[in-house]
Design a protein around this ligand. Structure first.
Ligand code: SF4
Length: 365
């Protein structure tokens, strides 16, 4: 196993700290002949107290602090840009060591500060309304690159004294990529996020948003995190038109999963529905959506599309959105209109990764 090999070759290998679960960190430290409990000390310093410099960890002997600073890489992605939207959300852009770009978005709401994280660079799902889908798949993010988006955002907030926010309250996997297509790394990242000695997010504050990869959904144990399924059409043909994955995982199979999902009483699957002008926003579409979801314990997020130069779709007008919403409410469905945040800085739903398309265009011209 790679991990065991790494432990046996400690002299030459650096570990990415943010890619290690607490148990793995214990094993790595035990592999050096040092006490396992040092792992818990490190977790508290780093995740709870936000201290990333080993020399400041004063309950750890100096010789060990030197050893740990040689052993652990504490920064594998580097925040190079933050752009604030007029609506208060902030897009954070990170460089990876291999020269790629990861984007995350801080989204302040009344009572919470959500960080939307990416799980891949690009995406292979090719949803036709999404900029990230147009990039194609570049690679999966490693566990540490997912967790470090949170650490980077925390550092950013700490360095912004004017920010009213002290902490990130919620995490959503709705950035670049399909999280269940990078299952192992996303699950390990969630384990690290939920570790009480670490970032200590409760499962209710983490949401995994997926196009409905049923293999991954079935592997996802109830109670791991909230589930959001990006539905976007209630009709198989229409969904296939905008989401090619529907050929492999059609609506009928997704609904079969949703009807049999054994989450706790409080857990409800969220269905996301991006409203595309003239395509899926009519009252007839609302009716089909109701027929599909009635009797399923769920919430519906209606998201008016954000236009981009890379998509032919348009934003529906407010009246159409209101009518669609009102129809579902009249049928006693739990439906919320979620205006996507940060469209002016290309941080809204489906807009991440624009930098890749701009650079492709520039190179081509
Ligand atoms: S909507 Fe999500 S799954 Fe679809 S292409 Fe975009 S990032 Fe990928």
């Amino acid at each position: 196993m790679v991990f065991e090999n790494q432990i046996n070759e400690l002299d030459s290998i650096m570990f990415c700290f943010f890619g290690l679960t607490l148990k793995e960190l214990e094993d790595v430290i035990a592999g050096t002949g040092k006490e396992k409990y040092r792992a818990r000390q490190l977790y508290r310093w780093v995740y709870n107290k936000g201290i990333y410099d080993f020399s400041m960890m004063d309950n750890i002997p100096k010789s060990l602090r030197v050893l740990f600073s040689d052993m652990f890489d504490m920064e594998t992605i580097n925040l190079f840009e933050s752009i604030a939207s007029v609506d208060g959300s902030i897009k954070l852009s990170f460089h990876t060591k291999d020269g790629n770009i990861i984007e995350s978005v801080l989204i302040p709401e009344k009572q919470r500060l959500t960080l939307c994280v990416s799980s891949q660079i690009g995406c292979r799902m090719a949803c036709s309304f999404c900029v990230t889908g147009k990039i194609g798949f570049i690679r999966n993010l490693e566990t540490h690159e997912i967790v470090e988006q949170i650490i980077g955002a925390k550092k950013f907030l700490n360095g912004s004294p004017e920010s009213p926010w002290e902490k990130i309250t919620n995490i959503v996997f709705m950035g670049m990529g399909e999280p269940l297509d990078n299952f192992e790394n996303v699950m390990r990242a969630i384990e690290i996020m939920k570790e009480p000695l670490g970032l200590d997010f409760s499962k209710r504050r983490i949401t995994v948003s997926t196009v409905g990869l049923l293999g991954g959904l079935k592997r996802l144990q109830p109670g791991t995190a909230g589930i959001a399924i990006s539905l976007n059409a209630a009709d198989e043909q229409k969904r296939t038109e905008i989401m090619p994955i529907n050929r492999m995982y059609p609506i009928r199979d997704i609904m079969d999963f949703a009807r049999h999902y054994k989450g706790s009483q409080r857990e409800r699957i969220t269905f996301e529905y991006v409203l595309l002008k003239g395509f899926n926003d009519s009252l007839e579409d609302a009716k089909m959506l109701y027929e599909l979801l009635k009797g399923v314990r769920c919430k519906i997020n209606l998201i008016p599309f954000n236009e981009s130069p890379y998509s032919q779709f348009k934003t529906p007008d407010n009246k159409t959105v209101d009518q669609f919403h009102a129809y579902l409410i009249d049928k006693y469905m739990t439906a919320i209109v979620r205006n996507s945040r940060g469209p002016d800085v290309n941080a809204a739903c489906g807009q991440l990764g624009m930098a890749y398309l701009v650079s492709k265009k520039t190179k081509a011209s």
